[in-house]
Design a protein around this ligand. Sequence first.
Ligand SMILES: [Zn+2]
Length: 160
Amino acid sequence: MLVVKLVQEEFFSKEIENLANGKAITKKSNLKMLDPFLGSGNLLRVGGKLRNATIEYDIPTKSDLTKLIILHEHFRQLHAGPQAILDSVRQRFWPIHGRLAVRSVFSKCLVCFKVRLGQKMGDLPADRITPNRPFYVSGTDIILLVRFIRALTAIYSATL
Ligand SMILES: [Zn+2]
């Protein structure tokens, strides 16, 4: 938790100082909505209704630690989507603007990017989606017809 502490001190020094001195957090702070408090080891934790949740540390969106935690969770869950990653990250950490942080990591994952590319289907040519009589465009139908006739002939000659 030393790393969390260092990162919190880098990004939330003002909030930690205020809380340590028994003062309220300034309204401008990103943490204001979370009603944070100092837990054991002077670590910032999420307050409000989540005060009694197991372990939840505030972590800043922009820190590399947050990105690493999210990325680790993304890989651990075999490239899960943003909501699944956020849910499992929040079991221990509370990234500020979490949805944004997770989406940013997710959009940069090369594996997921390639999968998304693969899933997108190209446009079908007009011939393929315009109703028309058989054999009008493609030669495939005629090959099937020839095979069908050959098969019929074979069956017919076998019965003779
Ligand atoms: Zn991925």
